[in-house]
Design a protein around this ligand. Sequence first.
Ligand SMILES: [Fe+2]
Length: 597
Amino acid sequence: MRGHPNLERRTFVDKQKLEGMIQEFSEETIKQKKVDRRAFIEGAGKIAGLSLGFVIAQSIGGLDVQAKAKTIKFSSYPFTLGVCSGDPSPQGIVLWTRLAPDPLNGGGMPNEVVKVEWELAKDENFQHIVKKGSATASPNLAHSVHVEVEGLRSNAIYYYRFKSGNELSPVGKTKTLPKKNEEVQKLTFAFASCQQYEHGYYTAYKHLAEEELDVVFHLGDYIYEYGPNEYVSASGNVRTHSGPEIITLADYRNRYAQYRSDANLKAAHAAFPWIVTWDDHEVENNYANNIPEKGQSVQDFIKRRAAAYQAYYEHMPLRKTSLPNGGDMSLYRDFSYGQLASFNVLDSRQYRDDQANGDGSKPHSEESLNPNRTMLGKQQENWLYKNLNKSKAHWNILAQQVFFAQRNFGANGAQLYSMDSWDGYPEARNRIIDFVKKKGMDNLVVLTGDVHASWASNINTDFNDASSSLVGVEFVGTSITSGGNGADKRADTDRILAQNPHIKFFNDYRGYVRCTVTPESFQADYRVLPFVTEPNADISTRASFVYHKDQTGLKQIVTNAVPYGLKKSTEVEEDRTIAHSKAHTKQVNKLKKKVEN
Ligand SMILES: [Fe+2]
């Protein structure tokens, strides 16, 4: 463990950088006349009173990281949030835990740096220990521990655990990646997203933990920022967020702790290495770069985002390269699974232009069609092209957040597109498709979360021409819980499928996607639950699709009826937006009340 170098010095730079960002973006935002839509000025005067800055400064800026790590005696069990591992390489892995004897109330740790020992073994009984060491858990980072173990065998299973004081953590199992040049014949992984704690039980994770997987991807909405019962699903909320809407660093930490206390989520984390990326709710619904939802000042939002990013780092098995830097955090990165698959994990929130046309489902306009619009930011987009350009992998995978393929929701011949997804950034999407097409690639696989439903789509070079050539496919995973029970079909399912011929599947149950990859084929199994409002639902494969890198595109190879689930709901696409805006109205009203008092 190399610790977190120069954290104290970085802190000084961080604070300055944060202030610089606030200045820059306030000016830029006003210049761009975003003032009306997001009500910055109004927000700046009123909500600045909530003063988020001191929490961050106090938290990052302590001197204690240099103090000698202490061994302490715990009055209650500190490993309440379990263990996890992530960001595997052929030689290494990140091991994670957080000391939190009182997880929902700030963690319950003394304001001291605490010693944590770790062991990694070939066997779960720790008879053959391969590596061990000592790490520090600092109050600066919520007593989280990130150990970057190196010097391991490639494509190998390991077991790990932590010890602090007299307490032993649960045991986690993990796996390194194959060597970069290795010709691997098979990869099995799952991807998940969107786990609104109040909307249901994490039964999907109980089943995911029992799968045989090499790695798990999480594509965002790991937490939701709402206060208790602000965001209510159609099937009713069955659990309650602890504490109000999360805004400060302390709030975000407590929210992660509540989610991480769930036994099924802990089991899924302990079973496999995870590779994570975020979407919007790790900060706030539909934020774009430094632009919040309505009703907050830029200044407050940048501080809020910095707090949210820090708490995300603290709770995820990420490498030091992802340590927050000022108000930013570097999260996009790539992984090679031998020669079989090259994964590009994207961040489509931190660098994007604001949603066009006032967000929501809208027809296109000059604003949304502006060729200068960016989803990834220039640097990340160029990094992606560089990776795609040099890749010799059988499959090039984008593990990312929002719907990539075109989806027209409009009824009766109208054109309506989600302005938050790639449909709101069509020229940015075209640049990627054109690049892949020019390279003659047909092996692009896009993995997506965000929309709380399962979808499968061909990626045509022209979505308005079903006979245009294919560069790959998109598999969209449903939510773990968000949206509640759902149904096999929504009221608008058949219409949406009919008017978007490149889309081959749309199902509204909860669950995750299991993928089996060989050099020739990419198969996605849509693993779904009939309900999430009661625990212990059975899981089944609702459908399986396979893509063979040929111009016939996706083929459905399995279709099953799901026993017990609701067959058809009255829900339509617009209901998703309505649920969010109801939640937002509740939040704004609460804030107004707070400011008035
Ligand atoms: Fe979500």
